[in-house]
Design a protein around this ligand. Structure first.
Ligand SMILES: [Zn+2]
Length: 315
């Protein structure tokens, strides 16, 4: 890749970085509309926004992250999740830039509004105690609408803290708002249950699940179909044996690379479809005792997201 390509990929994200730091530092959040539009050249379409929204983190949970985490919307695990999503799009834009693709598209990762669900608004049902992904994302969408945060071409990721919510699991998306820029207003909502990944697994899993749930909204089945043998998004991921007893897992394969049982890789196995034989690479689980995670996207994932951005958001 030329230095120019690398520089342009980086400069597209550097704005984002500054905004992220400003918001994390407690400055006012950027206005959801207007500000972003005026920052774009007049002959370009609005940027694609990936907005990472912090949910409520209870005090008991914050205590484990030290005194700094007691206040504010961004305790360490949430900040690390935001940085991971940024790094994923940095990788995609670098990959695309090296191939002179996505030249006309701006993608920005930025902190979104903090999301709170007042208990009083919850209906009295099982869904109030343990909301399903559908209920949670519906309520998330209502909050975004109230704040005028829907733009027609944004992905909104909720960093949710609910370690015991087995219905949401590690997270997910729900149709018809599962793809960015596709249906019903064009905004996608997705949730990463960082409470679950933190309590049951590790920070590395938190990072990868934040990326995983975001990228689901930038991977459509027609494009995944076109990429080799994959029939679902998870199969674009990679699980690489780095030592005889160690497997290193990429974001889209996270929670799907191990055997389907408690403690197979992540503490809980993902519930969506997958077949290890169709992964872009899977070196097998026999003899594996150490499960490690990398935020580095597999080439199949980079290609899939790039193609999605080209087909659905650039043209
Ligand atoms: Zn998934």
């Amino acid at each position: 890749m030329s230095d120019d390509d690398a520089t342009s990929a980086r400069s597209r994200l550097s704005v984002t970085r500054r905004e992220a730091l400003a918001a994390v530092g407690g400055a006012a959040l950027a206005a959801p509309t207007g500000t972003t539009a005026s920052a774009v050249a007049a002959d370009r379409r609005d940027p694609v926004l990936v907005r990472v929204c912090p949910g409520a983190v209870p005090l008991q949970a914050r205590l484990r992250y030290g005194p700094d985490a007691l206040r504010g919307d961004w305790p360490r695990p949430l900040r690390d999740a935001l940085a991971a999503v940024e790094s994923a799009f940095e990788q995609v834009l670098t990959y695309a830039g090296e191939r002179e693709r996505l030249a006309d598209l701006e993608v920005r990762v930025e902190p979104g509004p903090s999301i709170r669900f007042p208990p009083a608004e919850m209906p009295l049902s099982a869904d109030a105690v343990v909301p399903s992904t559908e209920t949670l994302l519906g309520r998330f969408r209502d909050r975004l609408r109230e704040r005028n945060a829907l733009t027609d071409r944004s992905c909104h990721l909720l960093l949710h803290w609910s370690p015991l919510n087995y219905r949401v699991g590690y997270g997910g998306t729900v149709s018809p708002n599962a793809l960015t820029g596709a249906a019903d207003g064009g905004d996608a909502q997705t949730v990463a249950n960082v409470g679950a990944t933190e309590v049951w697994d590790s920070r590395a899993v938190t990072r990868n699940i934040a990326i995983h749930e975001t990228l689901h909204t930038f991977l459509s089945s027609d494009i995944v179909d076109d990429l080799g043998a994959a029939v679902c998004d998870h199969e674009l991921g990679a699980a690489v044996r780095t030592a005889p007893d160690t497997l290193r897992i990429s974001p889209m394969a996270t929670a799907y690379a191990g055997p389907d049982r408690i403690g197979g890789g992540t503490r809980f196995h993902g519930t969506g479809c997958y077949d290890h034989d169709r992964f872009s690479r899977h070196d097998g689980t026999e003899g594996i005792e150490n499960w490690t995670y990398t935020t580095e996207l597999s080439e199949a994932t980079l290609e899939g997201v790039t193609r999605y951005l080209e087909d659905h958001l650039e043209r």
